[in-house]
Design a binder for this molecule. Sequence first.
Ligand code: ADP
Ligand code: MG
Length: 226
Amino acid sequence: LEEQLRKSDTLNVVGELAAGIAHEIRNPMTALKGFIQLLEGSIKDDYSLYFNVITSELNRIESIITEFLILARPQAIQYLKKDIGTIMKETIDLLNGQAILVNVQMELYLEQELPLIYCEPNQLKQVFINILKNAIEVMPKGGQIDVKIKRKDEKHLIVSIIDRGLGIPEDKIKRLGQPFYTTKERGTGLGLMVSYKIIEEHKGIVEVESEVGSGTAFHITLPINH
Ligand code: ADP
Ligand code: MG
């Protein structure tokens, strides 16, 4: 136990340091963005391509830092007994605006009388956001995403998020969750790493089923108590 405690102390220190560095990078970034905008206004049009590249690369650094902060932020972690259906409803509401823009509809199927689960609600919400966002992003022509929450057995629930997007080739499935693995031009490759880590902390597991051309299902098994 002592060894475990020491290990988690070290992890906390590393996390706090990382969060500190991320904040320190963010401040000069904001200044840079501001001055670039000023410059852009006072320089000839010929350079607009350069400014677009600079701005989009700065935005990219910013999103990497933001996703990283979610993981590293030494926020108050509070495990509570919560209704996972409510957490999922709130997540879907949060992303609905983005989904509607690309004609995606998210459909929630909740089994009756699901038990409350012992979890960190903000972190679970972050996982659902990350996985649902990915699902929306692979359905640029629109369609339906099914979200199902069921009881798996006496001690576990299973949350399934099923899209009808591009699918993932079998040899790429094991790369999911590796830091910076992304196939998107503007991706960070951090969303799934953060999600897998949170599920691991909840003593849960993530399973991925996918078929190229027809879609992908993320199945998250979570213990009701741990
Ligand atoms: P990002 O979304 O920034 O690329 P993620 O960690 O969220 O980073 O996802 C990593 C990669 O996993 C994505 O770039 C994509 O290739 C793949 N992926 C994740 N979810 C899906 C999905 N629902 N359908 C197809 N590919 C996916
Ligand atoms: Mg993502």
